[in-house]
Design a protein around this ligand. Structure first.
Ligand SMILES: NC(=O)c1ccc[n+]([C@@H]2O[C@H](COP(=O)([O-])OP(=O)(O)OC[C@H]3O[C@@H](n4cnc5c(N)ncnc54)[C@H](O)[C@@H]3O)[C@@H](O)[C@H]2O)c1
Length: 455
C-alpha cells in the first residue's frame, strides 16, 4: 500500500511509535478469551508490559494466580508472562496507562442470525472514558466492514471525558486525538503446522498514522504486517477468508453426499485432486460446521449487504448445505442401525468427540451438539466420550448436563458415532471393540471392516 505518512509525525504519535518499536510500550488487551489471552502472552514474550482486561472476574482470578483456563495454554506460560509484568484486571481505569489498547471480544449472532455487536459496543463504552491522547486503539473482533468507523469510533468519541477525537483522514492534529485501527485475528486453533507468529497480520488504520502505529505493534510479535488502505478493507479481508472456507466446505459436503449415493469415496477423490500443483486447494467434508468463526462470520456480511440491496447468494447456499450435515449424519446412524435390524428409537449411541474439530477444547457451535439433539428427538439414548471435556453443561444454545463416558466395553453400544477425529483415539481398536461404527470424519481411513459406515 502506498503510504501517505506525514514526513514529520506529531510528537504524541512519534513517542508512541518509538515505544512500540523498542518494546517499552504498555499494552492493554481487552477480552482474555481464546484470542486475547494467547495474544497477551505473545506480547509479553516480546518484552511488552501487558495488562489484560475482562469483565469475567473468574478469568482474572485464575490468571492472577498463574493458572490457565484454556487447555492448550500451559500454566507455565501464564507464570512466565506474570514474571514479565503481565497482570489481569476488571478495573478499566488502568486503560489510561496503556500506549495501545487491543479489543478481542466476542461477535456472535443473535437468535435471529443477525450480528450481535453488543460486546464490541459495551467494550468501547467501558474503554471510552479512559482513552488518552496519542493512544492507539485496535479492534480485532471479526465483524462486517464499517464496524470500526460506524460503531466503535463514535462510541469512543462520545464517551471520552477529555473530549478527544480520533485522528481523521485529513489534516494531522498535533494534539487532542487518538488513533484507531482494525486488525483481524487469524489464529487456527489446534493447527501446529504454522507458528502463530508466522501468520502475517493484516492491519488497516483509520488513517496512515494509525496504520503505522498498529503495524509497529504487530511487527514486534508477527513476522510480517500486511498494511491495507482502511479499517473496512481489513474487516473485509477477514470475512473473505472465512467465507472462502465456508463456501468450499459446503462444496465438498455437497459432493460427499452425492459421492455416497454414487458409491464413491470422496476423500480418495480429494486426495487425488490435491496432487494438482496449481488451482486446487483441498477442503474436507464433515458432520457440519463448528467454532466461533466459520458458521457465524459470513452472516455478518450477508446482513451488511442488505444495506446495499444485495443478496449474498453463495453465503446463503453454503449455510444451507452446511447446516443440513448434522441431519445427514443422523440419517446414516439410522441406516447403520437398520442393517443390524435396530431402530434409532431406543438405540444406545456413544458419540466420540464433542469439540467442533480435532484436538481442541472448544464446543462453540459444534455439530455434535445438534446431532445429540436430533438423535434424542428420534428416541435414541446418547452418551459421549471426549478427552477434552469431562462434562458438558449448558451453553448459549444447549443445555445437556452430560458427563464423559469411558471407552470401556464398547460392545454395549448399538452404535459408536465418530463426530470429532481426535488424535488420542485408537480407531483400529475402537472398530475392533464395537458392533457398529458410523464415521463422519474419515477417521477410519484404511481400516477394512464391515462394521464401519462412512458418511
Ligand atoms: N477463537 C478463535 O479461534 C478466533 C479466531 C479468529 C477470530 N476470532 C474472533 O475474535 C473475537 C474474540 O473471540 P474469542 O474466541 O477470543 O472469544 P472468547 O469468548 O473466547 O473471549 C472473549 C472474552 O471477552 C470477554 N468480554 C466480553 N465482553 C467484554 C467486555 N465488555 N469487556 C471486557 N471483556 C469482555 C469475555 O469475558 C471473554 O473472556 C471474536 O470476534 C471472534 O470471532 C476468534
Amino acid at each position: 500500500m502506498p503510504t501517505n505518512l506525514p514526513v514529520v509525525l506529531p510528537k504524541i504519535a512519534e513517542e508512541r511509535l518509538n515505544r512500540l518499536k523498542n518494546r517499552t510500550a504498555r499494552i492493554g488487551v481487552i477480552g482474555l478469551g481464546y484470542v486475547g489471552l494467547p495474544l497477551s502472552l505473545l506480547l509479553s514474550e516480546a518484552g511488552f508490559k501487558v495488562t489484560g482486561f475482562d469483565i469475567d472476574e473468574k478469568k482474572v482470578v485464575e490468571l492472577e494466580a498463574g493458572r490457565s483456563y484454556i487447555f492448550r495454554i500451559p500454566a507455565e506460560d501464564i507464570q512466565a508472562a506474570r514474571k514479565q509484568g503481565f497482570s489481569a484486571t476488571t478495573d478499566f481505569s488502568h486503560l489510561s496507562e496503556q500506549d495501545a489498547i487491543i479489543m478481542c471480544v466476542p461477535t456472535p449472532l443473535t437468535e435471529h442470525r443477525e450480528p450481535d455487536l453488543s460486546y464490541v459496543e459495551n467494550t468501547a463504552k467501558s474503554a471510552a472514558p479512559w482513552v488518552r491522547e496519542g493512544q492507539l486503539v485496535v479492534l480485532e473482533s471479526t465483524t462486517y466492514p464499517g464496524t470500526t468507523e460506524e460503531l466503535m469510533i463514535p462510541v469512543l468519541e462520545a464517551g471520552n471525558t477529555q473530549g478527544l477525537k480520533v485522528q481523521g483522514k485529513g489534516a494531522v492534529a498535533e494534539k487532542g486525538v487518538f488513533y484507531v485501527a482494525f486488525s483481524p485475528e487469524r489464529e487456527d486453533p489446534g493447527n501446529t503446522t504454522v507458528a502463530r507468529r508466522d501468520i502475517p497480520k493484516v492491519v488497516g488504520g483509520h488513517e496512515e498514522i494509525a496504520t503505522e502505529l498498529a503495524s509497529a505493534l504487530y511487527e514486534a510479535i508477527f513476522t510480517r504486517a500486511v498494511r491495507v488502505s482502511s479499517t473496512r478493507a481489513a474487516e473485509m479481508t477477514k470475512l473473505l477468508e472465512n467465507i472462502y472456507r465456508c463456501v468450499n466446505i459446503a462444496l465438498v459436503n455437497e459432493l460427499k453426499v452425492l459421492a455416497l449415493r454414487m458409491d464413491m469415496d470422496i476423500w480418495e477423490v480429494i486426495d487425488a485432486a490435491s496432487t494438482k500443483p496449481f488451482g486446487f486447494h483441498p477442503f474436507y467434508p464433515g458432520p457440519g460446521l463448528g467454532g466461533h468463526c466459520i458458521p457465524i462470520d459470513p452472516f455478518y456480511l450477508s446482513w451488511k449487504a442488505k444495506e446495499y440491496d444485495f443478496n449474498t447468494r453463495f453465503i446463503e447456499l453454503a449455510g444451507e448445505v452446511n447446516e443440513a450435515m448434522p441431519a445427514h449424519v443422523v440419517q446414516y446412524v439410522a441406516r447403520g442401525l437398520n442393517q443390524h435390524k435396530k431402530a434409532l428409537n431406543g438405540a444406545r449411541v456413544l458419540m466420540l468427540g464433542m469439540a467442533y474439530k480435532k484436538d481442541i477444547d472448544d464446543l462453540r457451535e459444534s455439530p455434535s451438539l445438534t446431532v445429540i439433539e436430533l438423535l434424542r428427538e428420534q428416541g435414541a439414548e446418547v452418551l459421549y466420550n471426549d478427552p477434552y471435556f469431562a462434562k458438558v453443561g449448558r451453553g448459549r444454545r444447549y443445555n445437556l448436563n452430560m458427563t464423559c463416558t469411558p471407552l470401556d466395553n464398547l460392545e454395549q453400544y448399538d452404535c459408536v458415532l465418530i463426530m470429532t477425529d481426535h488424535s488420542d483415539y485408537d480407531y483400529e481398536d475402537i472398530v475392533k471393540r464395537s458392533r457398529l461404527v458410523v464415521d463422519s470424519r474419515n477417521a477410519t481411513k484404511g481400516i477394512q471392516s464391515e462394521k464401519i459406515v462412512r458418511c
